[in-house]
Design a protein around this ligand. Structure first.
Ligand code: CTP
Ligand code: ZN
Length: 152
């Protein structure tokens, strides 16, 4: 008999699947998912069908909206979001880049006003062939994702 290692199914909540191996922990920290009393199941370096590896996060009792899920797209552009209700997958969707991302990334421009005034950062996102450009709402400079220490 072939043994199969499995992460336990959840009754209600959201499964973020197909996260690139190594990004799962960063996503947990970045989105502060592990705060409070939130019950989570995390899989790291799980085998995929094609012989690769993936990370996976199960968040119990919260149904992610597509807007929330899209905030993950910078880290895990190929993630699938599965909403679970009474043990069934009732909704499955891919993440898409949001139009903007607020409050979570520091502007790489050290002269940007966001570093001296207490305003939440805000970047407009644009897909540029196979690269994402982030334009600061305040200093209006554009950066690709390599400039953000939070993302690497
Ligand atoms: N899942 C879960 N609890 C459930 C149902 C599903 O944790 N009650 C998880 C599965 O383990 C899987 C994900 O949700 O990681 C998606 O489930 P499913 O669509 O059944 O799996 P696949 O068909 O393998 O998904 P995909 O084709 O997107 O890889
Ligand atoms: Zn700026």
């Amino acid at each position: 008999m072939k043994r199969k290692l499995k992460v336990e199914a959840i009754e209600n909540g959201t499964v973020i699947d197909h996260i690139p191996a190594g990004k799962g922990i960063r996503i947990l920290k970045f989105f502060q998912l592990a705060d409070d009393d939130q019950r989570l199941t995390v899989g790291i370096n799980l085998p995929t069908h094609d012989g690769g590896k993936k990370d996976l996060i199960k968040v119990e009792n919260i149904a992610f909206t597509s807007e929330q899920a899209n905030q993950l797209a910078l880290f895990a552009p190929k993630a699938t979001i599965n909403v679970i209700d009474q043990y069934e997958v009732v909704n499955k969707f891919n993440v898409a880049l949001p139009e903007s991302i607020k409050g979570v990334l520091d502007c790489p421009n050290s002269n940007c006003i966001t570093h001296s005034e207490s305003v939440a950062s805000k970047f407009a996102l644009r897909q540029n062939i196979n690269e994402v450009k982030l334009k600061c709402h305040y200093c209006e400079k554009s950066f690709d994702s390599r400039f953000f220490h939070e993302l690497d």
